[in-house]
Design a protein around this ligand. Structure first.
Ligand SMILES: NC(=O)c1ccc[n+]([C@@H]2O[C@H](COP(=O)([O-])OP(=O)(O)OC[C@H]3O[C@@H](n4cnc5c(N)ncnc54)[C@H](OP(=O)(O)O)[C@@H]3O)[C@@H](O)[C@H]2O)c1
Length: 274
């Protein structure tokens, strides 16, 4: 079984460098898939209130037989909980559904800038952290301008920003901002949702040359850039395939080839004004 390495967040909490994404796995299937993922070696599980599968994820973690302290669980609060008190309630709700005690990483799912309540929600996240209810806090789909406001108005930077990121959507400016502010970048849609990215000729060539699958090559690209990918699959053999990414290293030239395939598609599906 793969032993997944970890990285340290800015508060010293350790987080596995690759995880299992659970959207859109329905609640009734989440338990089995999460248990299978943990048996395969995954130690980071990503869910959200919005996925409606936190209960199944919690059952899967408990059924795995692996000590709770060895599993890192992320969940996210939705738009309706943007506010200080609302964030406390969102935590209570997610915590009850998961049934796993303290949450390892709690994220604001989207900035929803049209509401302009994300700074209040962030103050609520800081309270949860200070109270020891969550071990780390972060955001998702935040642009540098949103992050700047959080830092300027609260003095506390998120530990993590989970954003859409892959070689077609490389987010170079966002990554630079994260590095400058000690924020870990977590990649959603890391393999491009299993779509055309995996059939990109550059990627197909690299995969053939290295006798690896396109998904493994892309996941390796994330890891070597210090990005944390959370690939989702509902197919058990792919659980192992997507985790078997620690036995090889891409050369600088291979990394460059892969980084060169961004062809301006990089708007991403989270694009909105700040
Ligand atoms: N924060 C956010 O706003 C946000 C948004 C979207 C997603 N997420 C999180 O990020 C996770 C991953 O993102 P995602 O699910 O959108 O995209 P993804 O992980 O890039 O791609 C998942 C798709 O790729 C397929 N796939 C998986 N492994 C494969 C392989 N080895 N070869 C070929 N195809 C493969 C899967 O199909 P099968 O299931 O059939 O294998 C699925 O259709 C989600 O599960 C969720 O936890 C977060």
């Amino acid at each position: 079984m793969t032993n997944v390495p970890t990285i340290d967040l800015s508060n010293g909490v350790t987080m596995p460098v690759i995880g299992f994404g659970t959207w859109p796995i329905p609640d009734r299937k989440a338990e089995g898939m999460v248990t299978a993922a943990i048996e395969t070696g995954y130690r980071l599980i990503d869910t959200a209130e919005m996925y409606r599968n936190e209960e199944g994820v919690g059952r899967g973690v408990r059924a795995s037989g692996i000590d709770r302290s060895e599993i890192f669980v992320t969940t996210k609060l939705s738009q309706r909980w943007h506010g200080f008190d609302e964030a406390q309630q969102a935590f209570e709700n997610s915590s009850r559904r998961l049934g796993l005690g303290p949450i390892d990483l709690f994220l604001i799912h989207w900035p929803n800038p049209e509401m302009d309540r994300y700074v209040d929600a962030w103050r609520g996240m800081i309270e949860l952290l200070d109270a020891g209810k969550v071990r780390a806090i972060g955001v998702s789909n935040f642009k540098p301008a949103h992050l700047r406001r959080l830092i300027d108005e609260t003095g506390v930077a998120p530990h993590v920003n989970q954003i859409e990121l892959n070689p077609w959507v490389p987010r170079t400016k966002e990554r630079e901002f994260h590095i400058e502010n000690d924020i870990v970048t977590e990649s959603w849609a890391p393999i491009g949702k299993g779509g055309g990215l995996l059939r990109d000729p550059v990627l197909e060539d690299l995969a053939a040359e290295r006798e690896r699958t396109p998904a493994q090559i892309v996941l390796r690209w994330h890891l070597q850039l210090g990005l944390l990918p959370i690939p989702k699959t509902s197919k058990r053999p792919r659980l192992a395939e997507n985790l078997d990414v620690f036995g090889f290293t891409l050369t600088d030239d291979e990394m460059r080839r892969l980084s060169s395939i961004d062809s301006g598609r990089g708007v991403g599906s989270d694009d909105f004004g700040s």
